[in-house]
Design a protein around this ligand. Sequence first.
Ligand code: S3P
Length: 445
Amino acid sequence: MSGHGPATPMTAHKSGPLRGVAHVPGDKSISHRALILGALSVGETQITGLLEGQDVLDTAKAMRAFGAEVVQHGPGAWSVHGVGVGGFAEPSQVIDCGNSGTGVRLIMGAMATTAIAATFTGDASLNKRPMGRVTDPLALFGAQAFGRSGGRLPLTLVGAAEPVPVRYRLPVPSAQVKSAVLLAGLNAPGQTVVIEDEATRDHTERMLRGFGAEVQITDSPEGRVITLTGQPELTGQSVAVPRDPSSAAFPVCAALMVPGSDILVPGVSQNPTRNGIFLTLQDMGADLVLENPREEGGEPVADLRVRFSTLSGIEVPPERAASMIDEYPILAALAATASGKTVMRGIKELRVKESDRIDAMARGLEACGVQVEETEDSLTVYGRGADGVAGGATVQSHLDHRIAMSFLCLGMVSRQPITVDDATPIATSFPIFGPLMTGLGAQLS
Ligand code: S3P
């Protein structure tokens, strides 16, 4: 919802050891896709472990507006009665995707090849973000977008009445753009092809196959080539959503920073397009062990055992960026406590997330007494090591859940408390962040 309530500050104080088991919520990316593919299927989709964060609730509401029946049966347990590929009805109201870039971009793709019109809007953060990256390829199918300058929201999308299939090379490494094109390709005849230079998260491809679409993936000198055969009949499925590695990163990094900590984070997705943060933490010297690796709901998962560790700064391999793109804010916070500098390159995409995350982290870290350097596509953090982080600042979260959670985790180890000016955005992805962290021993007020 774009109706953002009053800003609510939150403060993190130096905390004792974090101990216990942290059950983080379901994966946000997979939750959006389960609802959207359920709505595009014939029959019933049953979902367990759905993230009930505001972003996903907004997508559930949108799917109802397009004609699907979406029902909550219990915590995380939802069903979707779909309308089939090409069966979306024209919504009678504006579709409000709140804070969610994933929600709006995937839904625009899903409706772009059906002869209906829909108007999309979001909150102050989402309405600043670039949509041309999605409406440009959707125009190749025959859809028309009428938005603000730069393709920004609010915008009206008129779906193609006679869509043609598309061959599209992603100009930016973005799973949202890839997914929008693939979802649009569902209702186009023939084969829609997306080519990506580097693998971005692959949940859409995996789930499309699971719902009955034909999807071929080849690694060629051209890149990763994904070919979808259009106009399949998708049938409702059971989807067990694994726990979100991007949410797990917060208690994991907090435990690594707070002396004496020892926590277990069970059932976290280890999809290789998402696990870059855990590899990076291990490279920095983290005592992070993957226990009980197994497959759940078509995704590799493991239990993460994490103990406080003395960490060293590193150069994060830029080719790893896509697999940890949402984890740079918490990595930057953690790097402030490591010894030596941590260099993060190839992260230009962070400038167009829920906030400009390079700028938001750089300014917040400086306010906490940490030296940083930034360029257009990099951030270097000079770790304070044994000297510790001063803290004692109020930092701006810029309507960005991950900025808010990153500084709250840093506040658990800084000498003086750290306050974030507005913690309400945390509800978009990790509504139980506060109680979960205090349950482990964090001091939040
Ligand atoms: C997402 C893709 C990424 C990521 C976002 C979720 C997805 O965005 O940052 O949080 O579910 O497809 P981009 O596609 O903009 O890289």
